[in-house]
Write a protein that binds this ligand. Structure first.
Ligand SMILES: Nc1ncnc2c1ncn2[C@@H]1O[C@H](COP(=O)(O)OP(=O)(O)OP(=O)(O)O)[C@@H](O)[C@H]1O
Ligand SMILES: [Mg+2]
Length: 308
């Protein structure tokens, strides 16, 4: 199957005001998002995430390179009508929530009963069915973000592009939106989302890409990124923590990490000291550790934990 979203060696430079230095927001950026995945797009402030999303939506043109969305060149109106989009800063017309969602549905050629039922359905999906008749001008930021999500979903899009969809949401709403995204994926649709909420991304995304200063610095399956493959955590009883550098002790168990190459000798040492091995597992990293490492804010060593 062809990718749903494809960036091909894209660079984007912004012209600065009064001819001062140009800003390079994306540099030789390539990425393919496949049908049926929830894809997390991560990167520090100013990394170029929103720029990439705006290029895909056809709001502006790239300086170099090209891309395709749902098989069509970026900016194609027919492809865009099959996409649901939530902008980073939701700006909504001051109308009752349901009326507003219907307005967006009508823009996508939904009519009559279908439009009405679809608007109700998506408002319920984001937990706003009780507030449907209230004017969004009086909504809190999190409620406005949910209306934004409802409008992105109203045309039952094949591809959902969400620029920080849950930044303003409370924990209950986040859980709701997480299961909503999973159900969208289970229906065979694709979700591309940018986020700074790395623990959320860890829970919901099948794959992630990390962007730093306009360049792709990490790409992979979430499960594989989290598993370091380089270090093992050993838990043992009957030994002193002081016997292993960086080991910690709790509830009579001593816990420490070693590089895979030293696993065998570490286990033998536990037995030689008269100890008992409780478990040996690959060390898991959090996305946050990987993020800090690839964006150059934490040296590689300390991202691997303090053992070993
Ligand atoms: N319209 C613009 N004109 C000039 N520079 C811009 C414009 N939009 C973005 N930039 C610059 O491009 C770079 C990337 O910005 P972008 O908004 O894509 O980052 P981002 O990854 O979405 O960041 P954030 O996490 O803060 O949303 C930044 O240096 C930003 O200042
Ligand atoms: Mg942004």
């Amino acid at each position: 199957m062809p990718p749903v979203l494809e960036f091909e060696d894209i660079s984007k430079e912004y012209n600065r005001f009064m001819g001062s230095r140009r800003v390079v927001a994306l540099e030789h950026f390539s990425l393919e998002v496949q049908a049926g995945e929830i894809f997390g797009f991560l990167g520090p402030n100013g990394a170029g995430k929103t720029t990439a999303i705006h290029l895909a939506m056809g709001f502006m043109r790239s300086t170099r390179g090209r891309g395709r969305m749902l098989g069509k060149t970026f900016g194609d109106a027919r492809a865009r009508s099959r996409v649901g989009f939530l902008a980073e800063n939701v700006a909504l017309y001051h109308r009752p929530a349901e009326q507003l969602v219907r307005f967006y549905g009508a823009l996508n050629n939904l009519k009559g009963k279908l439009l009405k039922s679809r608007a109700r359905e998506v408002l319920e999906a984001v937990g706003l069915d009780q507030e449907a008749r209230r004017n969004v001008a009086k909504f809190s930021r999190g409620m406005q973000q949910r209306v934004g999500l409802a409008q992105a979903l109203v045309n039952d899009p094949e591809l959902l592009i969400l620029d920080e969809p849950t930044s303003a949401l409370d924990p209950v709403a986040r859980v709701k939106i997480r299961s909503l995204l999973l159900s969208v994926r289970d229906a065979g649709k694709t979700v591309f989302l940018s986020s700074h909420l790395l623990s959320e991304v860890e829970l919901v995304c099948d794959r992630v890409a990390m962007l730093n200063k306009g360049r792709l610095v990490k790409l992979g399956k979430t499960s594989e990124l989290l598993q370091s493959g380089q270090e093992m955590e050993i838990v043992a009883r009957g030994i002193r923590a002081a016997s292993f550098p960086g080991a910690s002790a709790a509830d009579g168990a001593v816990r420490f990490a070693v590089p895979v190459s030293q696993q065998k000798s570490a286990l033998e040492r536990v037995w030689d000291l008269g100890g008992e091995v409780v478990s040996v597992n690959p060390v898991r990293h959090s996305l946050e550790q990987i993020f800090l490492q690839v964006t150059g804010q934490q040296p590689e060593q300390s991202a691997l934990g303090d053992g070993g």
